[in-house]
Ligand binder design. Structure first.
Ligand code: SAH
Length: 367
């Protein structure tokens, strides 16, 4: 397998969790073992969620010994979790081996149970309404660390109600961690035991146009959500500085291509912000846009991040009132736009959209 003369202390162990089926098969082939061992190990890692090689019953003993010596499985450990008694929403904080913290949230509703996972520690984007941006960017998560959020959350939550949908909407920008995000999706696609097909997975992006095109061409038929938040370049650039690099025009072209290539409907996410994107011309532009491609609109009431002490423009943001929000949504519906309103779940445990990171800044609150 690996150089036998090396002692266990000298070698850096190969992390197997996070390898796709093909990568695992290649790994065993290169190691002069049978290729099908890759399939067996894949099954144990992701299907049975085993945490050590000795539990891999159909892997021969000599091979388990080698795996123990040269490889490892685990990526994340379960640091803490908190459940909202009101909604059943449960937030998990996992710890990476280098002591970073990663958040994931399970959101139950009568029709589905959705898990929201993170792709980066922190976020390099500076979206003015989002708490994660304020904690800065630490690093990309590996494919194993992304998939492990699902394994650990499922192990804990599934007895209560089975996770049916996954959204890549936690901390970070998935398309700026493109390779690892793609690999984690590949694992969902390859693992047939979970019943989570790619159709049940949504990748949410602030809009990295060339990567949206690349994802469309990847053959992985996940759903995509574009965080829109304004139909006007200038306002959008103020809210989301990344818009100066990848303009709304380019992103809309990219999602049109995505819809065509994959045959899926695009989701637009739209946080309603008082006097910023909730005026009549915003409504008109939104109706025009939504009528021009197969899509649905997800209207999100703004969850305040004042506890993070935002500065400048970020400090001025306010939610649209409930009455105005209802009016806005009704007008969209009258114009035959498919709209859902994502009423906040998990605010009481700081697990709502854009709030991930708050408690991480105050770790003492958790323990
Ligand atoms: N970077 C990706 C995924 C993370 S954000 C993206 O931008 O899509 C996931 C969703 O939460 C996005 O639609 C984002 O705009 C929304 N969000 C962020 N902060 C929020 C807040 N304070 N209130 C409500 N929604 C927020």
């Amino acid at each position: 397998m690996l150089a036998e003369q090396q002692t266990e202390e000298q070698i850096t162990k190969t992390v197997l969790k996070g390898l796709t089926l093909k990568e695992l098969k290649d790994f065993f082939t290169v190691a002069d073992e049978k290729r099908f061992r890759g399939e067996q190990v894949f099954h144990w890692l992701y299907g049975h969620m085993v945490e050590n090689f000795d539990d891999m019953a159909n892997v021969p003993k000599y091979l388990r010994r080698k795996l123990n010596a040269y490889c490892e499985i685990m990526t994340l450990s379960n640091l803490t979790s908190e459940m909202s008694p009101r909604t059943g929403t449960k937030k998990y904080i996992f710890q990476t081996q280098d002591n970073h913290k990663v958040e994931a949230v399970v959101i139950p509703d009568p029709k589905r149970t959705t898990l929201c996972i993170s792709t980066q520690v922190g976020c390099p984007l500076d979206c003015q309404f989002c708490a994660t941006g304020l904690m800065g960017y630490k690093r990309n998560l590996s494919p194993g660390e992304i998939f492990d959020q699902y394994l650990l959350a499922a192990k804990d939550y599934n007895p209560r109600s089975e996770i049916t949908n996954i959204v890549y909407m936690g901390m970070g920008e998935p398309l700026l961690n493109f390779t690892n995000t793609l690999k984690s999706l590949q694992i969902f696609a390859e693992d047939k035991t979970k019943g989570i097909s790619l159709r049940k997975i949504t990748v949410s992006t602030a809009g990295i146009a060339p990567k949206i095109i690349e994802l469309a061409d990847s053959g992985l038929r996940v759903k995509i959500a574009l965080s829109l938040h304004s139909c006007f370049e200038e306002t959008r650039s103020k809210l989301m500085p990344i818009n100066k690099k990848y303009s709304l025009t380019d992103n809309l072209e990219a999602v049109r291509y995505y819809a065509k290539q994959t045959g899926t409907r695009i989701t637009f996410e739209y946080i309603l912000l008082k006097d910023i994107n909730d005026r009549q011309d915003d409504l008109n532009a939104l109706i025009r846009l939504c009528k021009s491609l197969p899509c649905k609109l997800n209207v999100i009431p703004y969850n305040s991040i004042h506890h993070m002490n935002p500065k400048g423009f970020a400090a001025e943001l306010r939610p649209t009132t409930k009455i105005k929000l209802d009016e806005f949504v009704n007008k969209l519906r009258e114009n035959e736009v498919t709209v859902t309103v994502r009423y906040t779940q998990g605010e009481d445990i700081a697990a709502a959209c854009g709030q991930l990171a708050y408690k991480l800044e105050n770790p003492d609150d958790l323990l």
